[in-house]
Write a protein that binds this ligand. Structure first.
Ligand code: SF4
Length: 241
């Protein structure tokens, strides 16, 4: 390959990653440096469907409706006092991939939908860049009501609410769970390991592989770490294939 070809290929690679939302290429030997390393063909955004469109999973959908009924107008922990809505979770009941965040923020509380604010937009963008659609996956949180001022949920609030998301996991039975951020990973895995040490490796919830990674809100504040989450998600894609 001559110099001009190398420059052309490098430019293509950089344009590809710029489209993914990365502002620079990392100078690290084990990070993918070309489009072929992303394992998702460019321009072929829906080659890895997570849900089978021909299988609507009516039993799972019915079980999710029953669970929502069971939660009702929940006042089991103090978080009910400040909420506008219970954010149950949404997505494909047949999903092979489930994302679990920490709790609703302001936008989520208003819209009663998970991950719809600025962090949600980044998550949706990540899902799309992976070759999936938001409707293919299932998205929920550890606690279903917004903590006041977006503070972290307290231990007792988590322990009161977490059985609901665990039931959602049981119903959906995904192939892989991605925990977004420290609170989600530590709560689901009953661990106190920092997210910076957990991310990038698979753990297990019951028999389901769990990949902890950074919360999109953290990535908005620390865009240089998008690469790490991108690497984590490549491992997740490998698992669900
Ligand atoms: S956070 Fe969970 S347990 Fe607490 S009130 Fe909301 S739904 Fe109920």
């Amino acid at each position: 390959m001559n110099k001009a070809d190398i420059v052309t290929e490098l430019r293509k690679a950089m344009e590809f990653y710029r489209e993914l939302g990365f502002d620079f290429l990392p100078l690290k030997g084990d990070v993918p440096v070309g489009p072929e390393c992303a394992r998702v063909p460019a321009g072929n955004a829906h080659t890895a469907p997570v849900a089978d469109a021909g299988d609507p999973c009516p039993d799972r959908q019915g079980s999710l409706v029953s669970l929502r009924d069971e939660i009702g107008d929940c006042r089991r922990c103090r978080l009910w006092q400040g909420r506008k809505n219970i954010v149950f979770g949404e997505g494909n009941s047949c999903a092979k991939l489930m994302f679990i965040g920490e709790g609703p923020g302001r936008d989520e509380d208003i819209q009663a939908r998970p991950f719809v604010g600025s962090a949600g937009k980044l998550l949706t963008s990540l899902i799309t860049k992976l070759g999936l659609k938001r409707e293919d996956v299932y998205i929920a949180n550890i606690v279903k009501c917004r903590p006041p001022g977006n503070r972290n949920p307290e231990v007792d609030e988590i322990s009161t609410c977490i059985p609901f998301v665990e039931k959602q996991i049981d119903i959906i039975s995904p192939q892989v769970i991605v925990c977004l951020g420290k609170i989600s990973a530590q709560a689901l895995l009953r661990s106190s390991i920092p997210i910076s040490r957990m991310r990038g490796s698979f753990f297990h919830f019951r028999t389901i592989p769990v990949m902890p990674t950074f919360h999109p809100a953290y990535l908005l504040r620390n865009p240089k770490d998008k690469w790490l989450t991108w690497e984590d998600m490549q491992k997740v894609l490998e698992k669900i294939r």
